[in-house]
Design a protein around this ligand. Structure first.
Ligand code: PLP
Length: 377
């Protein structure tokens, strides 16, 4: 690949749009990731988890592309995300709200044809009451807590839920679900524990299908698949399982402009608080992305960006709008004002950057800023 040509083309479009960085979302790679996951779980269906603006990549664009690949089940976390997404998708796409509804939102949810995930007996009773007052059956998903203690109906409320459902026919339960706490760790005993608990739930509610696996769960084997898998991070190219090669394709590329270069002598202090002191004569470049753009401050004096495959370490503290890198490994003059460096791309994955920052890929993706020019391919 001729990086010089690619970089000058990238630079031109960034300048055209007034941005100083270029976030590219590869929708073809996203589609291939969806197809790959679908093939693994088939005949189980594959939903798309598009919460937090599709992990920062754009819920509208991502959902439309995945709808085109046959996806009909879309999960968001907050009700407001469902309200925003609903008009973007055809009527045969179903949008599920993982966090359920806050009281007061029931009528809007019913009107919008949005499906709440019911996490408690109270919420079930409330939704039944809404159905009665609207004089029609309303759809819902029931989430059970199988050992994560986060969201879902706790074990002690299961029999009351079953009794409620027997007594009233106003809710149409589409399926039941639970969420895995350690699915990215294939060897964790918690996976088998949660599977056993989910099987107990399924025998108590035998009339309903089960949805269980997130991205990591898909790779734990068929026992975890149920009727509907719910991948998020794997669609967006993050590694679904720790400690093994990532089977997914990268979806995001981030190139950022150099806004200044300089050469400093040995002993120069770099950035806030002067925590980095140069050990010799050093060539530096300052790039136009900082923690407000999603480059975490924990990358201060850690991690790197790349230029034509050459690693350029981050030096000093990451600032709000800029970060300084050591470019001494490049030939003199290789980088100048306006050159583009790779933050995410062929040489650095989102998991690489997350590891250097002491974070997870989910945090990197959901934090990527909105000051870059976004391009969908
Ligand atoms: C976020 C979420 C998912 C998707 O998880 P990934 O690890 O990104 O695949 C699936 N189910 C629930 C309940 C979630 O909250």
């Amino acid at each position: 690949m001729d990086g010089g040509i690619v970089n000058s083309r990238v630079l031109k479009s960034a300048i055209d749009s007034g941005a100083c960085g270029y976030l590219t979302v590869d929708l073809a790679a996203l589609s291939r990731n969806y197809d790959k996951l679908s093939a693994i779980v088939a005949p189980t269906k594959t939903a798309a988890v598009v919460k937090a603006d599709s992990y920062g990549l754009g819920a509208d664009q991502v959902s439309k592309v995945l709808y085109g690949r046959g996806c009909r089940h879309f999960f968001v976390a907050h009700f407001i995300e469902a309200l925003r997404l609903r008009p973007q998708l055809p009527g045969d796409a179903t949008i599920f709200v993982l966090n359920g509804l806050l009281s007061g939102n029931e009528a809007t949810c019913a009107d919008g044809g949005i499906v709440p995930v019911i996490n408690s007996l109270d919420q079930l009773q409330q939704w039944s009451q809404t159905a009665r007052s609207l004089q029609r059956r309303l759809p819902a998903v029931l989430q059970f807590d199988t050992g994560m203690s986060r969201l879902g109906i706790p074990p002690e409320d299961r029999s009351a839920v079953a009794t409620h459902l027997q007594a009233s026919d106003d809710i149409d339960i589409l399926f039941i679900m639970s969420h895995l706490a350690s699915a990215d760790e294939a060897s964790s005993g918690q996976n088998a524990d949660q599977l056993a608990e989910m099987r107990r739930v399924a025998t108590e509610f035998p009339q309903y299908d089960v949805s269980f696996a997130n991205s990591g769960g898909i790779f734990l084997g068929g026992d975890f698949h149920g009727v509907l898998a719910r991948p998020g991070i794997a669609l967006y190219g993050g590694a679904p399982t720790g400690g093994v090669a990532n089977p997914m394709e990268a979806v995001v590329r981030l190139d950022v402009a150099v806004v200044q270069t300089r050469t400093v002598p040995e002993g120069a202090r770099v950035g806030y608080a002067g925590v980095h002191v140069t050990k010799g004569r050093t060539r530096l470049a300052t790039i136009a992305a900082g923690y407000a753009d999603g480059l975490p401050r924990s990358l201060s004096d850690r991690g790197a960006v790349y230029y034509n495959g050459v690693r350029l370490p981050i030096v000093g503290r990451v600032s709000m709008d800029s970060t300084t890198i050591d470019i001494s490994a490049l030939p003199e003059g290789a980088l100048s004002f306006g050159s583009m460096v790779e933050v995410l791309g062929d040489h650095q994955t989102v998991d690489d950057l997350a590891r250097d920052a002491g974070l997870i890929s989910y945090e990197i993706l959901t934090s990527l800023g909105h000051r870059f020019h976004r391009q969908y391919r």
